[in-house]
Design a protein around this ligand. Structure first.
Ligand code: SF4
Length: 353
């Protein structure tokens, strides 16, 4: 009997293939659907993909290597990330360019990630021409590589530090999980990014609600600002299939207070040293006269998604419902309305005696 060998299944890989957020696929009309309250996305969020997956093992992430399942089926920040070939993505981006203000390339922890990212930056810059951000993976990079990203044409770059301090970082991403990431290297890369890209062109992703005190996260946000960078803040929401799948989401009040502090710090309206905290580390004074604070709260801006700007928006990268369900919006992908603001004030305890 002849032995029939079935061909191995096709396994898409970057740089010829990329994953994209569901919102991005909808924006490019590769998927049908509308977002709740007509939210729209203005940044094409793309993710490198490899058959052998990400080498990281972060406790809160749906891509962690210890999780069962094929890499491309794993979800990431709450939504599925379908995979498309690069030529289709470029073609569809050109067709829908008027809807977009930015492209973001997210690296994962893989030995080929840097080389492929450099090639992808060049192609998107030459063929599409939108501003490009790179969400770097420091573990796959040296600090000297940051300049190569800029030379290739990236306009902004960010580091997903995610945790407020080294101990929490080790617990969720480093030695505590058997993962390869090291806090010092992440911080060194963020510092280099702020130097190479310049003021307000470097970003730091931080997640609120992973066991830190508000005060510790505020101090980290200030340290990021002191580098000339800005924080892109996320509310922790348990990712299906991750090791923290059963952990509680970040309490609303905690996130609202940290969102407000981040906005004030990143816009140089306040400073952590003039803020005050209670014995449990909760923010109890934002360092601003109450009438000024009231105005900023009423503007709704502090509660909108923080991310890379574009098209005159503070965050073209508004990741609709990326850190909470539509029924309990954490980062607003649009201007909050009157009813939203009433709820936000309740969550903040604003106006309470
Ligand atoms: S904020 Fe958005 S565009 Fe900027 S690096 Fe993060 S994911 Fe990318």
């Amino acid at each position: 009997m002849p032995v029939i060998n079935n061909p191995p299944p096709f396994r898409p890989s970057s740089p010829d293939h990329l994953q994209m957020s569901l919102a991005a696929a909808m924006t490019l009309k590769l998927k049908e659907g509308l977002f709740y309250r007509q939210a729209r996305l203005y940044c094409l969020n793309l993710l490198l993909t490899y058959p052998d997956g990400c080498r990281g093992n972060c406790s809160y992430c749906g891509l962690q290597k210890s999780r069962d399942g094929s890499f491309t089926e794993k979800s990431f920040i709450r939504v599925s990330w379908p995979t498309y070939d690069l030529e289709t993505i470029i073609q569809k981006t050109l067709e829908n360019r008027h809807r977009l203000h930015r492209i973001c390339l997210s690296m994962i922890t893989h030995p080929r990630a840097l080389e492929d990212t450099l090639m992808l930056i060049r192609r998107f810059r030459e063929e599409v021409g939108l501003p490009i951000s790179v969400l770097m993976n420091p573990t796959s990079m040296q600090t000297a590589d940051v300049a190569a990203l800029k030379q290739a044409g990236a306009q902004m770059a960010a580091v997903a530090l995610d945790l407020a301090d080294e101990a929490l970082f080790d617990r969720h991403r480093g030695a505590g999980t058997g993962g390869p990431h090291r806090f010092d290297h992440y911080w060194a890369l963020l510092t280099a990014t702020a130097e190479v890209f310049g003021k307000n062109k470097a970003g730091c992703h931080l997640i609120c609600g992973l066991g830190e005190r508000e005060e510790d996260l505020v101090q980290r946000i200030q340290a990021v600002r002191d580098l000339g960078a800005r924080t892109h803040l996320f509310s922790f929401y348990p990712e299906k299939g991750s090791r923290l799948a059963e952990a509680p989401a970040c309490p609303e009040g905690q996130f609202r207070r940290v969102q407000l502090a981040r906005f004030l710090i990143d816009n140089d309206l306040s400073h952590s040293r003039v803020m005050a905290f209670d014995p449990e580390g909760r923010i109890r004074d934002f360092g601003l006269p109450p009438e000024d604070l009231e105005q900023w709260i009423a503007s709704g801006r502090p509660f909108m998604t923080s991310g890379c700007p574009g098209g005159g928006m503070e965050a073209a990268c508004n990741r609709p419902f990326g850190d909470g369900p539509p029924s309990a919006i954490r980062s607003f992908p649009f201007q909050p309305e009157e009813e939203d603001l009433d709820r936000i004030k309740e969550q903040l305890g604003w106006g309470a005696p």
